[in-house]
Design a protein around this ligand. Structure first.
Ligand SMILES: [Zn+2]
Ligand SMILES: [Zn+2]
Length: 322
């Protein structure tokens, strides 16, 4: 009998805004008036800060990326990994995220990549996938890269690896051609992303473009949504936020009334979770206006009379066990 393939861990590879935190321009400003406390505190090269994993600043944030570690219950072959690895979004800081977290969490191969939209902080790490597709892909198989039709043209224009033949790809790109295979992601349609594990994408507005949110289940049918780049959720996608056990949601900055052109601000995110009441929310996508400790205290106060809502910031390297 076919055993169920189950989600075993979610690992946040990156949870910062498109600039990442710290911003280099903040590190070069040192006067009292323009001193950015968050960026200076987050700076891993600040020699006055203690480093190491335990001491790592939770304000240090690379671009958005989530790794899903899935148990392959059918794997009897001892030479193969007992886990499937799926990554949502490989942005411009993906290489650095992978360098830090993959050895620590034993991520030796990648089975599937999913892209939310075509911005640099979501897909410019495609180039770094060469390493895994050429050397670490199981049995030399292609790594499927799922993208929506809305993003296909821009992404394939930038990365010719998805051409129909290796020869064509070489002519356009030069050098080694990674074993990546373009697959279509259709919003509203569940896709078997690795054997017996399904993810459903849905459309959200992200300012001038659309982005995708992703819905999937934990081992006990926990309803989980990852929605990292959103300005507003259209009516047709609202049902994905009903009865959620866990939500990862965009919250770009801690400036209460200032609207952002393509992301939820503090007020947007708080109003949204008050309405939809997920059991647990982790915010992602924060820029340098958000201090980890201060914001978590603010969130605690915000929901002190609402025991059913648990909301806190994610951080790079956060692991959620299932
Ligand atoms: Zn700053
Ligand atoms: Zn974006």
């Amino acid at each position: 009998m076919q055993k169920q393939t189950q989600l075993s861990q979610l690992i946040v590879l990156g949870c910062g805004s498109s600039d990442g935190v710290p911003r280099v321009t903040c590190l070069t400003k040192k006067t009292q008036t323009d001193y950015c406390k968050v960026c200076h505190e987050a700076n891993p090269f600040n020699k006055s800060q203690k480093l190491g994993n335990d001491e790592r600043s939770k304000n240090f944030r690379r671009t958005i990326s989530l790794l899903l570690k899935i148990t392959n219950s059918n794997s009897k072959d001892q030479t193969k990994s007992p886990f499937y690895h799926i990554v949502i979004d490989v942005g411009k800081f993906f290489y650095a995220s992978a360098m830090e977290w993959f050895p620590q969490y034993d991520i030796t191969h990648l089975d599937s990549i999913i892209l939310s939209h075509n911005h640099a902080d979501a897909c410019f790490g495609i180039d770094d996938l060469r390493d895994w597709s050429k050397h670490l892909g199981q049995d030399g198989t292609m790594i499927p890269v799922y993208m929506h039709k809305k993003d296909e043209h821009k992404i394939t224009e930038q990365f010719p690896y998805f051409e129909s033949s290796v020869q064509e790809a070489k002519e356009k790109g030069g050098g080694g051609v990674p074993a990546l295979e373009k697959r279509e992601l259709i919003d509203g349609k569940p896709i078997e992303i690795v054997p017996n594990f399904y993810i459903q994408a849905f459309i959200v507005n992200h300012g001038q473009v659309d982005s995708l949110g992703f819905s999937f289940e934990g081992p006990n049918h926990e309803k989980i949504v990852w929605c990292s780049d959103v300005k507003f959720v259209p009516e047709k996608s609202l049902s994905f936020f009903e009865n959620l056990d866990m939500l990862f949601l965009d919250l770009v900055y801690d400036l209460n009334h200032k609207q952002h052109s393509s992301h939820f601000n503090y007020d947007d995110s708080i109003t949204f979770i008050r309405k939809h009441k997920p059991k647990q929310t982790y915010f992602v996508g924060m820029n340098h206006t958000v201090d980890y400790r201060t914001m978590n205290e603010k969130l605690k106060k915000e929901f002190e009379h609402d025991q059913n809502i648990k909301a806190e910031l994610a951080y790079d390297g956060l692991v959620v066990q299932f």
